[in-house]
Design a protein around this ligand. Structure first.
Ligand SMILES: [Zn+2]
Length: 120
């Protein structure tokens, strides 16, 4: 179709949907590594429609991705732009806020482990 792959495409394997009319399913490569493709492609937690925004949303929540990728790499990947949102600045704004939240959450985690360290 000559469509540019989105920024998160490299982390997903596309499979044909059960219904011909539906969008292709994007199955998370990290989930595939853990569960194998036949299992992951029918597990609603491991696949989404092949949309950059949905793929990013999966990676934000995916614990296997979190386990297998270093913290810095994870932040870099999740900060990648979502092409569908480039046209609408309001949506882009929302994504930026989400990124900030992720980074804040991460530093919050470091802070709390630092406090735990102090207590011990
Ligand atoms: Zn996953």
């Amino acid at each position: 179709m000559g469509k540019e792959p989105h920024n998160f495409r490299e982390f997903f394997t596309l499979v044909d949907p059960p219904k011909k009319t539906a969008n292709k399913q994007a199955v998370c490569n990290f989930c595939i590594k853990k569960y194998t493709l036949p299992v992951a492609s029918v597990n609603a937690c491991c696949y989404i429609s092949n949309k950059a925004r949905l793929c990013r949303g999966h990676l934000v929540k995916c614990m296997i991705f979190k386990d297998q990728v270093s913290e810095n790499e994870r932040i870099e990947i999740l900060a990648r732009s979502v092409p569908e949102n480039n046209k609408k600045s309001t949506k882009k704004q929302k994504i930026n806020e989400e990124n900030i939240n992720i980074i804040e959450n991460e530093s919050g985690k470091y802070l709390s482990s630092f406090y735990n360290y102090l207590i011990m």
